[in-house]
Design a protein around this ligand. Structure first.
Ligand code: ZN
Length: 266
C-alpha cells in the first residue's frame, strides 16, 4: 500500500515524484504546488453563516463564553496548526520538506472571479463531523472506488466535498477535528475502525491524523500528493472479517442503547 513505502530511484526529488498539474485551476478548490523542499496548499473556501459567527466556548462548570474569533478562524487555525510543519520523507528515500496552507475566503478581495471553492458549514444531520459530497455525486462513488468509504464522499479534484462541522464546546477540540476533516478534503480516507471500514483499523496508524486526530504523518502527506497527482482519493488498506464485523456491530448497537437510555433520563 502507498502509505507504507514507495521506492524512489536515486536522485529523484519530491518534485519529480509528485508532478501535479491541474487542467483548469478555476475548477479546483484546493490546489497543491510541490517544489524541491516545499509543499504549498492553496485552499479556496466558503463558510456558512454559523461558521462566520463568534466561537462559543463552554467551560467545564457550564458557563458559556463568546470568544473573539469565529468558527471560520478556528477552522483555518486548526488546519494550519496540524498540517504546517517540516516533514521527513526519508522513509521513502526522499529528504525533508515544509508544508504551508493558505486559505482564501469567498468574498475577500484576493478571491479570483469564477474560482470554485469548497464549503464549511454546521453539521445538521449527524452527531459527528464529516465530509460529504453533493447529492448528485453520492452512492455511485461506491462503484467508482469499490470502497464503502466512498458512498458518503465521492472525492474528485473538482468536488473535494463539503465539511460539516459540529460546534464543539472548546476550540482546541474543534481545531483537531477541522484538521482531520481537511485531510478528507485533500483526498485521503479514514484509518480508524469506522463501520464503513468494517471496523478495521489500518495497521500502524495510531499516531495518524486520519486515526486519532493526533498528528499529520509524512505518509499522509504522500497520500495527499498522490491523490492530487492521480485525481483519485487515496484509501488506507481495508480488510473484511465477518467475526470483527459482527463484533463491531454488536458493540455499536449496545452503545446506542446506552445512549438512548441516557437521553430518556434527561
Ligand atoms: Zn474521517
Amino acid at each position: 500500500m502507498f502509505y507504507k513505502a514507495i521506492s524512489v530511484k536515486h536522485g529523484m526529488t519530491l518534485k519529480d515524484l509528485a508532478a501535479i498539474s491541474y487542467k483548469n485551476r478555476a475548477k479546483v478548490p484546493v490546489q497543491i504546488t510541490v517544489a524541491e523542499d516545499k509543499i504549498s496548499i492553496l485552499a479556496y473556501v466558503d463558510y456558512d453563516n454559523v461558521m462566520k459567527q463568534k466561537f462559543h466556548s463552554k467551560r467545564p462548570k457550564g458557563e458559556g463564553v463568546t470568544e473573539d474569533f469565529t468558527y471560520a478562524d478556528a477552522f483555518e487555525k486548526g488546519v494550519r496548526r496540524y498540517w504546517e510543519k517540516e516533514y521527513d520523507f526519508s522513509y521513502c528515500g526522499l529528504g525533508k520538506a515544509t508544508l504551508d496552507v493558505t486559505f482564501i475566503r469567498k468574498g475577500s478581495p484576493d478571491y479570483p472571479e469564477g474560482q470554485r471553492c469548497f464549503r464549511v458549514r454546521k453539521a445538521r444531520i449527524s452527531k459527528t463531523s464529516f465530509v460529504s459530497s453533493p447529492p448528485f455525486r453520492l452512492f455511485w462513488g461506491l462503484f467508482a472506488y469499490i470502497s464503502p468509504e466512498s458512498a458518503m464522499l465521492n472525492w474528485s479534484l473538482k468536488h473535494p466535498g463539503t465539511v460539516n462541522m459540529q460546534l464543539y464546546k472548546n476550540a482546541s477540540g474543534f481545531k483537531r477535528v477541522c484538521a482531520h476533516e481537511f485531510g478528507h478534503i485533500l483526498g485521503i480516507g479514514d484509518a480508524y475502525e469506522a463501520h464503513y471500514r468494517f471496523y478495521y483499523m489500518a495497521p500502524g496508524t495510531e499516531d495518524f491524523m486520519m486515526y486519532h486526530n493526533t498528528c499529520v504523518q509524512p505518509q499522509e502527506v504522500m497520500m495527499v500528493l498522490r491523490a492530487h497527482q492521480t485525481g483519485r482519493m487515496q484509501y488506507f488498506p481495508i480488510k473484511f472479517s465477518l467475526r470483527r464485523y459482527l463484533k463491531g456491530v454488536k458493540k455499536s448497537v449496545s452503545q446506542s442503547r446506552v445512549f438512548s437510555r441516557r437521553q430518556k433520563k434527561d
